[in-house]
Design a protein around this ligand. Sequence first.
Ligand SMILES: *Cc1c(COP(=O)(O)O)cnc(C)c1O
Length: 313
Amino acid sequence: MTHSDNMREGSRQTDLASGAAWMRGKIMPIGEASIPVNDWGLIHSDITYDVVPVWEGGFFRLRLYLGRFFRSMKTLHLDPGVSEDDVKAILHELVAATGLRRAYVAMVTSRGVNTVPGSRDPRDCRNHFFAWCVPYIHVIRPDIAKSGAVVHVAKTVSRIPEASVDPRVKNYHWGDFTKGLFEAKEAGAETVMLLDGDGNVTEGPGFNVFAVKNNRLVTPDAGVLEGISRQTVLEIGAEMGLETDVRVLPLEELLESDEVLITTSGGGVAPVTKVDDRVFSNGVPGEVTMSIQKRYFDWAMRPEHRTEITYDP
Ligand SMILES: *Cc1c(COP(=O)(O)O)cnc(C)c1O
């Protein structure tokens, strides 16, 4: 299904089918949703979010995404006064209103606006939950997910240390990724992967990284957002009888692996055919990667992983 099919399906409510938001109890076209200019989410990146995919009319592994979102809020001392069930109901209502069968659904909690004039105390802010949804976003373009991505290893920037910004909390501190993306585009690559201060692989802008060698999957244990797609691929790997290792992954080891793949809720599993000058499996997607990719989409259709959306008749 293409983007325009997605739009047609939702054409009953054309204004919402290209994107909608839930704010302060109301659903509105996404272009009408806004936050105040002095919201701490904007002026201090004091905000957390999560993104759950909707695939063929159902949320994929919704419970896991909600669990991560609520852990992130707890870590940041954010409490906008909504329960997991509230958020679940809001997301359901929001997606149903757009009519979208394939969607990128974001839930966000911002520190909000300070209610005491002049206060610099984060406890004086009114925390604010909102959500928005647009037609499915591919973090890696579909043609690239088929043919393989060229990934650049950032040279002028490393991943923000986890002692400074906890990468397990999904966040908007994207200065390192954005700098890396400019570097990657200049080098003619599709996207970028960042190393930590010791030269170990961490992650890229919105995706986790795996190395495949001798039927073993290796993915970094630290300095990364613990992706739900990453978890899914670890579970799929186990189901396929592959060994799985979550540990330090030095760049040299990644470059000596048989295959490299990346995982994201915006596209699932994508093969990487080139990292800097190193070409993997003769420049075509690796066999293990493509087998995992296929299984990922099988998993997305399994009833036990889905929360079906009830659309208005
Ligand atoms: C969202 C994200 C990922 C991927 O996580 P998924 O849950 O698989 O979508 C990886 N790294 C970063 C920095 C992210 O923001």
